[in-house]
Design a protein. Structure first.
Length: 220
């Protein structure tokens, strides 16, 4: 049967090309993780600062800048970065880093704003310093919100990383692009299925961590 033969051919292709698929997956994960990590290192401290500083003009300025990056189409942003930083992983990471800022920033701010002020005042009355209030009370209580933003962002970034292949950054998108170029369905399916599975697995893993953190915050 044609369908059975196609499955058999695809399975044989996977056996022959799995080293290339593993390399592409490693490149894909590396680009996504670096981008999300860098955006977290920037967005979380900025979100914490905004929670402490309630100046409306500052909030408006920061979120306007973060929103601006979201409005630029991904291919256009990559095209803008190419003449500045060249081809490869660098422009891909920068573009994905810019896209990841807004959701992490928004959730960090929402998390810190959700902390009951009476709890903070009680801690202040008990002699807690500003650093102690931040790390022992505010950050643990806000962490489920931050984790939710991080989960959503990571899933999106893993999906968007497939576009990195268009500027020579590699990843699973490279299999798809190569498959289109040589008209090989096996390459296209391998790249697409691997990207989907990676996204679903990451979402489930981060969802499990998020639920555990939420339960811990509720019991605190």
């Amino acid at each position: 049967m044609p369908f059975t033969n196609s499955i058999s051919q695809f399975y044989q292709f996977l056996l022959e090309r799995y080293p290339d698929i593993l390399v592409a997956t490693r490149e894909h994960v590396t680009i996504a993780i670096v981008a999300v990590l860098l955006s977290t290192l920037v967005a979380v401290p900025v979100g914490i600062y905004l929670a402490k500083n309630r100046a409306k003009w500052l909030h408006s300025t920061v979120f306007s800048i973060a929103n601006l990056f979201q409005t630029i189409p991904s291919l256009a942003l990559l095209a803008i970065l190419l003449p500045i930083v060249g081809i490869g992983t660098k422009p891909a990471i920068i573009a994905l880093f810019l896209y990841a800022l807004l959701p992490i920033l928004r959730n960090t701010l929402a998390g810190f704003q959700s902390v009951d002020q009476s709890v903070i005042e009680a801690a202040r009355g008990m002699g807690y310093s500003a650093a102690q209030r931040l790390f022992k009370i505010q950050l643990p209580l806000a962490f489920p919100y931050i984790m939710s933003g991080l989960r959503m962002t990571t899933v999106y970034i893993i999906s968007w990383t497939t576009l990195a292949a268009l500027i020579g950054a590699g990843g699973l998108g490279q299999l798809i692009v190569s498959g289109i170029g040589v008209n090989r369905k096996e390459l296209i399916f391998a790249g697409a299925i691997a990207a989907i599975l990676l996204t679903l697995l990451t979402d489930q893993l981060l969802g499990l961590i998020e639920r555990k953190m939420f339960k811990r915050a509720k019991s605190a």
